[in-house]
Design a protein around this ligand. Structure first.
Ligand code: AMP
Length: 293
């Protein structure tokens, strides 16, 4: 109960939204708040407190990034969060922080995560609520969620407490996803993500050719590279299976609401980033930011 109350309060806090983002949001979601939906069953605390929903034009963006493991949700969500001045909240990072702690959940989570399975809705919502509360205390508003919701039930819970303006669904062919996950590396010191895989696959059977350069670390990170325990081939394939079973229906959930923006990644960051900005109508925003830098 307390955890969800915090989620509600955090999402209710307002702020200015960029004009370009607002224009884009206007075409994907209603400006006026829809009527409050009935509380999802199975989460009794959701029924009691409901955030005061604010029209999208009066607050910062509330976006969700969907997509298979390895597609690059974290890369693009964090770039957009810097551009729009909203927090990038990745539930996978929250889970990994908890795993790295000595808290009571750590051992329980390790077993689940290392097999590529999903953590229970209740645990993940608690972690997310705590993160939103911390951000709220620091004056954050709006968010780009990455890795949440991952089940229709999570999407219903989120819908029960706040308005999502837009959902970006990143897509990439599956053989490339596996290669990208296996090439993923993290600097154990600064926490930045890199990728040592050089993807160069031909177009075949209706699938597009894809070229992605490796994203190599600078010299000072090179000797500190680690691989996530859930980025082995067996676990990656299991995560992709679980995505198809549990998370793909979330795409349909938002498609029906008219909020889903499908984005096929054309290649690596140099090709994909400008195109993503274009479809989000945010090119002006980046130009302004670069000019100010
Ligand atoms: P990610 O970094 O997004 O691939 O997440 C790493 C792991 O954290 C996943 O394989 C799940 O075990 C767990 N996790 C992250 N987000 C969620 C979520 N929304 N629901 C359930 N489990 C999650």
């Amino acid at each position: 109960m307390a955890a969800l109350q915090r989620l509600l309060r955090a999402a209710a806090s307002g702020g200015a939204v960029t004009a370009a983002a607002r224009r884009r949001m206007g075409s994907l979601a209603a400006e006026q708040a829809p009527p409050v939906a009935p509380a999802p069953k199975g989460f009794p605390f959701a029924a009691e407190e409901r955030m005061r929903r604010r029209p999208a034009a009066e607050r910062n963006v509330q976006w969700v990034f969907l997509g298979c493991p390895g597609v690059g949700k974290g890369t693009y969500a964090s770039r957009l969060s810097r551009l729009l001045g909203v927090p990038h909240i990745a539930t996978g990072d929250l889970v990994r922080d908890e795993l790295a702690s000595t808290g009571p959940l750590a051992a329980q989570l390790a077993e689940i995560v290392n097999q590529g399975k999903l953590v229970s809705d209740e645990i993940i919502i608690n972690l997310l609520s705590k993160r939103l509360k911390k951000g709220e205390d620091q004056g954050e508003s709006g968010f780009i969620l990455d890795g949440f919701p991952r089940t229709v039930k999570q999407a219903e819970i989120l819908d029960g407490v706040t308005d999502i303006d837009m959902v970006v669904n990143l897509k990439l062919r599956e053989d490339v996803l596996v290669e990208k996950c296996l090439g993923r590396r993290i600097c154990s010191q600064c926490g930045k993500n890199f990728n040592v895989a050089c993807i160069d696959v031909k177009g075949e059977n209706g699938l597009p050719a894809i070229y992605m350069e490796p994203l190599l670390p600078p010299n000072n990170c090179m000797s500190k590279m680690i691989t996530r325990a859930d980025d082995t081939e067996e676990v990656v394939r299991n995560r992709l299976r679980i995505y198809n079973d549990m998370s793909q229906p979330v795409e349909g959930f938002y498609r029906e609401q008219g909020k889903l923006l499908e984005f096929d990644l054309p290649g690596g960051i140099p090709e994909s980033w400008p195109k993503l900005l274009h479809v989000l109508n945010l090119e002006d925003q980046e130009e302004l930011k670069l000019a100010a830098a």
